[in-house]
Design a protein around this ligand. Structure first.
Ligand code: CUK
Ligand code: CUA
Length: 668
């Protein structure tokens, strides 16, 4: 199970010319002998052992085939579809031996990974770990024309005008506690924003700049039907943060923000004691849980780590709506803000709006089990996770009485994912491990959990190195698939060829579909800085469009080849032109220096994957125009001269010829 890093040894390779061909042949023969011996030994094992080892339905693969496939690296060729198993919904799934999806075949899952301070979201296929797409969100990205046309520029401008963000928690919309394929939501920790990605087009379609908060970190949807999106403030600041109480940290506060998922308007905020960190919602829509690591209200490391216990905060959503109905809020920067601090009158009655569950120490991740029984909150600076009984939380007088388990798991527990079979998987940042444990066993052992590892611990696997989040397939739904686990490791150190002082992160894929075999590390994937969290969704739950429909863009003018037109009105020039293989609607466009130029252009192709772009040298413009899509840009013609505008997507054999002249006549 354990993989030691042996990278330095492997690098001592001889130049090819020095390699003794005979010794190569000899070692191949020896290697094949070893495999044969291993296979013979397996065949000698009693058949009942095989039964125990392969409990999963339809996993009809003998250990011999598995060994052969794994050792020879011929997964697709040797095992074929023997290795497929059925998911809960009857879909065929790849098993561990088919983790290398053969060329031309598709993955079983999409994984949506945050890109950290790159500001984007990435899409991987699981189990291949192939990167399928990158979706710019808070950054600009010329390859997708994002931030270079009117629409996306305006969206970025209206949400603060920043050129970067820090994405951490991509969460997908759900209906009835299952992915509905509509939207993904993603936070911006840097600039306090929340964005929405339309999963029909895989494009960011809305960003909201959230007032009264800084460091919007944890994010999730209210389940079961995505009625709200929550984002929580990690940095305590004065509210409003307008220069008041600058150096008076006692006056700082942190809020949980609820956003309408359709309008992306902020609905309300609840201020709490301490800060907020990660969040997850109960499956029935009643609770939103958030950890927080700075109940001390400190402003430096020593202060923030002073106490041994902080709180996991449980926001009672219906109680908050009731309080709003009763007018128990203050309008701050146009938002209804409720007082959810411990001494607030709203927390004194028999239906407090926020319940404070004591949790050791500087808790980080919190996630709700698929069956909605527990919220599990990780200690980070304490070796335990805290298991909160969700039903009990609504009944007990003292929230501490809702704690029903506190297993000792290892050093630095950060985040927990689920396989739907009663197991939890928790990352141990300091130990560089993932620990698999039995949730009910931890509840049974409580409170006599002892000093060492909890009896609930089933197995640990080394990861490389220092894992942050981990996510299992469909772990955030009520019905996880329980086959793949992604460990998003913060350091790769020596796992890859060196590429300078900035090392890639390492996203590791672990097979968890076989409880008897245990966790199996399947592959390393270098990742550009820096994924935090991910959501893994079955491929059949998404239905992205391949070609735009004209009706998809009702507010844009479709420009066909008959509609090419240049409209001049004083110093305003509006150019309407189509584009297609291998030309634009005009060969030459002449404007005057100082003109305000708007170009509206439609890609009139209807063939999938035939994209064009409108790249204008010297003007910092590159529009992406997908088939049947219309894009628009406005700019000042400040640079006199000849500017060859061209298509940057290699679209045909005459792609290079797909260019026209923008002639900007100098003003006298
Ligand atoms: S956080 Cu980065 S590893 Cu932003 Cu969810 Cu825990
Ligand atoms: Cu169109 Cu290249």
């Amino acid at each position: 199970m354990t993989e030691e890093s042996d990278y330095p040894d492997e690098r001592e390779q001889k130049p090819e010319s020095e390699i003794d061909q005979q010794s190569v042949a000899k070692s191949i023969v020896e290697h094949e002998d070893e495999i044969r011996t291993a296979l013979e030994e397996m065949d000698a094992e009693p058949p009942e052992d095989k039964e125990v080892g392969l409990q999963l339905p339809k996993l009809d693969l003998g250990r011999r085939q598995f060994m052969a496939a794994g050792s020879l690296g011929l997964a697709g060729a040797t095992t074929g579809c023997l290795d497929r198993l059925d998911g809960d919904n009857g879909q065929t799934r790849r098993g561990v031996a088919e983790a290398d999806v053969p060329p031309g075949e598709h993955d079983d899952y999409y994984a949506f990974l945050s890109g950290g301070h790159s500001g984007e979201v990435r899409v991987y296929g699981i189990p291949s770990m192939r990167q399928l797409m990158r979706i710019p969100v808070f950054n600009t990205e010329a390859a997708r024309g994002y931030g270079y046309d009117e629409e996306t520029r305006e969206m970025l401008e209206d949400s603060g005008g920043y050129t970067w963000g820090d994405t951490h928690h991509p969460r997908l919309s759900q209906t009835d506690n299952d992915y509905d394929g509509r939207f993904a939501y993603i936070n911006d920790k840097a600039n306090g924003r929340m964005a929405r990605i339309d999963l029909e087009y895989f494009e960011t379609d809305a960003i909201v700049d959230i007032p009264n908060t800084q460091g919007v970190h944890g994010a999730c949807a209210q389940l079961p039907d995505t009625e709200l999106i929550f984002g929580v403030g990690e940095f305590r600041v004065p509210i409003p943060n307008d220069g008041r109480d600058l150096d008076d940290p006692d006056e700082y506060g942190s809020v949980c923000t609820a956003i309408d998922p359709e309008t992306m308007n902020v609905e309300w905020q609840v201020e709490v004691d301490g800060n907020l960190d990660n969040g997850d919602g109960s499956k029935d829509g009643r609770w939103f849980f958030s950890t927080g690591y700075n109940d001390e209200g400190g402003v430096n490391e020593a202060e923030m780590t002073r106490d041994d216990r902080q709180h996991t905060k449980a926001f009672d959503i219906p109680a908050i709506w009731d309080a709003i109905e009763d007018g128990e809020y203050e309008m701050i920067n146009g938002v209804r803000v409720l007082d959810g601090t411990q001494d607030s009158p709203l927390n004194q009655g028999d239906r407090p709006i926020v319940r404070y569950v004591p949790t050791p120490k500087n808790p980080h991740g919190v996630s709700v089990t698929p069956d909605n029984k527990y919220a599990i909150s990780s200690g980070k600076l304490d070796p335990t996770t805290t298991i909160i009984d969700i039903e009990a939380l609504g009944e007990v007088d003292d929230p501490a009485d809702a704690i029903v388990g506190q297993p000792n798991l290892g050093i630095g527990p950060l985040h927990t994912a689920y396989d739907g079979r009663g197991h939890a998987y928790t990352t141990l940042f300091v130990d560089s491990q993932v620990v698999k444990w039995d949730i009910e066993a931890a509840v049974e052992a409580y409170p006599e959990d002892g000093d060492g590892d909890s009896p609930a611990v089933i197995e640990k696997i080394d990861v490389h190195y220092n894992p942050g989040h981990l996510i299992a397939s469909e772990s955030y739904t009520a019905d996880p698939e329980g086959d793949w686990l992604l460990s998003l490791n913060k350091l790769s150190q020596d796992r890859f060829l060196p590429v300078g002082p900035v090392h890639p992160e390492n996203d590791q894929l672990i097979y968890i579909g076989d409880d008897e075999e245990g966790m199996q590390l399947v592959k390393d994937t270098p990742a550009y800085p820096e994924p935090h969290d991910a959501s893994i969704v079955s491929a059949d739950k998404l239905n992205p469009t391949q070609v735009y429909d004209r009706e998809d863009q009702p507010d844009k003018e479709y420009i066909s080849s008959d509609d090419n037109e240049i409209i001049r009105d004083g110093d305003e020039v509006h150019i309407k032109m189509h584009n297609q293989r291998n030309h634009f609607g005009f060969e030459d466009i002449t404007v005057q220096e100082g003109d305000t130029v708007t170009i509206t252009t439609t890609n009139v192709e209807s063939t999938p994957d035939i994209l064009h772009s409108l790249a204008i040298p010297n003007y910092d413009i590159n529009l992406k125009i997908a088939p049947q899509e219309t894009r628009e840009v406005t700019f000042e013609a400040t640079e006199p001269g000849v500017h060859w505008f061209y298509c940057a997507y290699f679209c045909s054999a005459l792609h290079l010829e797909m260019r026209s002249r923008l002639l900007v006549e100098p003003a006298d």
